[in-house]
Design a protein. Structure first.
Length: 94
């Protein structure tokens, strides 16, 4: 069974914006890599390689951001923590 082609960067950006996921660093990296893939044919090979290496370095700097958030990051199933400190709207929420 054939799969669906991956979305282009504009569709991906629109999708991420609609879901409110543009603030998630791993989603921004996905968008960045998608845009880089689209620009590959029009780029100088050395510039493409430099951009790819820079994107990889930025991704590695994220570290283990996913620890404790595996369901959200890998399965797309967000579940808020049982205890949120400070509670939104409380006196400590400043």
């Amino acid at each position: 069974m054939p799969g669906f082609p991956p979305p282009n960067s504009a569709d991906l950006a629109r999708y991420l914006e609609q879901r409110g996921e543009l603030a998630k660093p791993w989603m921004l990296q996905l968008l960045r890599l998608t845009k880089l893939k689209e620009a590959k044919d029009s780029m100088d090979p050395d510039a493409y390689l430099a951009s790819l290496q820079e994107a990889h370095a930025d991704l590695m700097r994220l570290g283990e951001f996913w620890k404790g958030r595996e369901q959200e990051v890998f399965n797309g199933q967000y579940q808020p923590a049982e205890l949120i400190e400070p509670l939104p709207g409380s006196a400590e929420d400043r």
